[in-house]
Design a protein around this ligand. Structure first.
Ligand SMILES: Nc1ncnc2c1ncn2[C@@H]1O[C@H](COP(=O)(O)OP(=O)(O)O)[C@@H](O)[C@H]1O
Ligand SMILES: [Mg+2]
Length: 342
């Protein structure tokens, strides 16, 4: 098994807001291994972007963090800000969800990439411009367009520029937050394959953040599923897709176009006052009485997979998965002890 490049240990992130404390990430523990693509999936608002930004300490001032984020042996959360800058871009590249937060509209794209080399590597202007042109070519844009401004590029081309910015310094880890959002299906596939191809070629690792389970399932080595600020399942991508262990993962799968297009019932919970017990229990068709009272830990490992659900995958398959989901009845009345042994 390859070793951990990034290891997140019991990370909690909360935001102070006028409506209360938003617990955006709670007790997150996961690792991104050398050369692996880890997909982080979950509905909008579950805390994915918060996690990605937390790694590079890019969160707003109302954020409070505790836990550890260890990159190649260094706990990033204990570094002074000045030393942290060394990690941004050079060690860990990021493609933010919102291109306008990354791309300056009044600088030509070539110049923006060249500035990265000048700032981080102290290159002269000519050399930096040449490297910027090479980078544009690498992402499939002619270097002749290096003097063009962002507004002269289509959405897909702008995503390519974002890829060039994220990978300019050949980081060991790329955090790509919804890199294909807003693109049509063909463009989505092209951009995703471009990013994955470049990351694999560099032997780099990637945290691929997306709400698109289809995309993550086809590109990632492992998948981590997030619900209401917590990781509820983690395992090899093919195992998570073919044998989901958590009812939320199963419901997400059933919402895919090829798998029934059934939307996940109910609304994501408030992260100011999340449900007691298992956070998914109000929406879960498999819930036990105890699920509303007892907060499940990440259980496992089963092979390499962990799940934050008391029901074993085997038991759920027996109870309901072999029947159409619509016929499934909630299972009520099992006490914690019984759950642990069932
Ligand atoms: N700067 C912030 N201040 C207050 N709340 C925030 C801030 N950023 C994110 N949140 C809240 O944290 C939760 C998780 O958000 P986010 O990480 O963006 O989710 P996702 O990327 O999965 O859509 C949401 O409830 C969101 O409103
Ligand atoms: Mg997001």
């Amino acid at each position: 098994m390859s070793s951990a490049l990034l290891s997140i240990e019991d990370l909690n992130v909360s935001f102070k807001t006028s409506k209360g404390i938003v617990k955006a990430n709670e007790g997150i523990s996961l690792e991104v291994r050398d050369g692996e693509i880890l997909g982080l999936i979950g509905e909008t608002g579950c805390g994915k972007t918060t996690l990605g930004k937390a790694v590079l300490r890019l969160l707003s001032e109302n954020a409070k963090l505790d836990g550890k984020i260890v990159y190649r042996g260094t706990n990033l959360l204990s570094l002074p800000e000045k030393e942290m800058r060394r990690f941004r871009g050079k060690e860990i590249g990021i493609m933010l969800q919102n291109p306008s937060a990354c791309i300056n509209p009044v600088l030509s794209t070539g110049r923006q990439i060249a500035e990265i080399y000048r700032y981080h590597e102290g290159m002269g202007k000519k050399e930096a411009e040449k490297k910027a042109g090479d980078m544009l070519e690498l992402v499939g844009i002619s270097s002749l367009r290096k003097n063009d401004y962002p507004h002269q590029f289509s959405g897909g081309m702008l995503q390519r520029v974002m890829v060039a910015i994220g990978l300019a310094l050949r980081p060991g880890l790329l955090i790509a937050d919804e890199p294909t959002k807003g693109l049509d299906q063909d463009m989505k596939v092209q951009i995703a394959e471009l990013i994955v191809g470049l990351v694999r070629k560099e032997n780099a690792s990637m945290l691929l953040i997306t709400h698109d389970l289809d995309l993550a399932g086809s590109l990632a080595d492992r998948l981590a599923v997030m619900y209401a600020g917590e990781i509820v399942e983690i395992g090899k991508a093919e195992a998570v897709i073919s044998k989901p262990k958590h009812p939320y993962t199963l419901d997400l799968l059933h919402s895919l176009p090829g798998k029934g297009l059934r939307t996940v019932l109910g609304q994501p919970p408030s992260l100011v006052s999340p449900p007691s017990g298992c956070r998914y229990h109000p929406r879960c068709s498999f819930r036990f009485d105890a699920c509303s009272r007892v907060h499940p830990p990440l259980l496992g490992p089963d092979g390499e997979g962990f799940t934050r659900c008391f029901l074993s995958e085997k038991e759920r398959r027996k109870e309901t998965l072999e029947q159409p989901l619509l016929n499934a009845q909630p299972v009520i009345g099992c006490e914690k002890e019984e759950i642990w042994h069932c």
